[in-house]
Design a protein. Sequence first.
Length: 604
Amino acid sequence: MSEPTMEYNLPGVLHFLQAEWRKFEREKNEWAIERAELQARIALLEGERRGVENIKLTMMKRVKMLEYALRQERHDTNAITTPEITKHVDHTMKEKSRQVLKSCLQEINYLTSFPNKLPLTNALATRNMNNNNAVRKAPPVPAASNTSSPVLVNRKLKSKSSPKRNSDTQKDAQVLVNVDEVAMINNIKEETDNYNPSENNQALSMQIQEKFHLSEEKVLKLLKHAGKGTPKQDDNTMASGFDPNQIGEIDGQDQVQPKIWKPRITIKGHLDSVRTVCFHPNEMIAASGSDDGTVKVWNLQRTTGKDGSAIKKGSLEEADPSITFRGHTNVVTAVAISAKQNRIYSASLDSTIRVWSLPSNDSGPFSPVDPSLNVTTYIGHTDAIWDFRLSKDNLLASASADGTVKIWDTESTGNLLKSSLTFDGISSESRKDRAAPTSVDFCPTETNKIIVAFANAKIRMFDVETGQVLMTFKGSDDTFDSTFATQINRIVSHPTMPIIVSGHEDRHIKFYDLNTGECIQTMAGHLDAVTSLDINAAGTTMVSGGHDSSIRLWDLTTKTCIQEFSAHRRKGDEGVLSAKFHPSFPWMVSGGADGIVKIYNHGH
């Protein structure tokens, strides 16, 4: 006897919707409470930082006052001693003063050092101790450290580790770091007989170099700085021999605060993890694909302007998309916008690639459904599609779990599938043990060549026309242990140089020479799997995202991390899932497991 089928009724459906809505509201409130707690934590840490800076300023004033008192004591002692014991007393007073100053500086360094209770990630702490090391490997960081506070900490670390001169380092290292330059030079002038300020300062410079073991370049800066500080001083300042407004190193006075990436717009529109994001090549339009099976288009011109240079006050916390494309029956894994064709391409775990037309600028979330925007569907893969890439010639290469890379001619009106590639170059569909491709990219200078990364951590270059394997890159699988835990998740080609970069599940980022196929550098990129890589149009900066919830910016000249911040909350052992630069404007977009899309701007 068959079981009776369950019938849906209106009260039951309403009850289900109400229950889901209450669940959504409860989670929303929990996130709001946690956000408020993190903001309070940031405010507390900022207060502690300001307190440390005030202590440092106070201690510096005391040291300068102590210097003046010691000089006065030495002067008085020299005045009352006889000529026979003057030399001995002077030497004794110098040694005593040196010891007192040394102990004061040790106390200052202790009081102004970074508090250990600040939520530093291991990577940031390592960078603070080893600023010149390009390759660092750190153990996993506790989950409590994945907050927005490391952004503030990172900024402080940068200010403390500004670059220094390489010349005369040994000489300059003997000088006290925060001495009063004006008082020091005035003291030399007092000790110099018949000092004439109208004459050349060469004699004074030579004496300062000899007494304080300074380089000539340092002395010139001190003389210039002292000339600025001495003309307009009040009586108290002249008596004490220092100006509180002149505290600090001369080397850092003319430095301009470097530009950093800051979050400007937060978009909450998807119901599940945002697995892929991209920008329009020429306009301030973004697209995102999610685990909820939808592709959303976000028109940012209303907030940032068409030139991408201005941003209005406020943020798009609850922004509505220009349009939502529904058609995929599973997770959306990749999206791309073609400016030439005015189209959006999306791939999914449902093994299809769908093509959509970009809506007009006046389109909104409640505009009538236009069926003509659904252009076509590419059907050919038999398993999940992990990645795809558009070339300048409007070719589309897709990598699938069925073991093939398929090349599609997006301009064709007939047979769209141009060719099919596998790990060994054979297009036969009979092999079931072949390695599955995980990521693809076209060579920027030669679009007839394509780079493919595979689940076995190997990277190969193929000829698009013939399907032949042209090169196998060396060193990509050095850490591969025959499991998915060491596979390659993403590869990207440098836009101007013959370089390929790969991001691995085992936290590594590797660089390869496109001409020789050699691995030229390997570094620990994140504290968890590297999920996303992108290089800006100028080829100077790379962005990487990882499951440690952080986004890192890299200087490709030195291969060093220049900025790091926590971007998205972890969910199900996933963090940042996609990060991309805008090809034309100083903007960046990221999507994460928390279902949020964030837009960043590069500025002061």
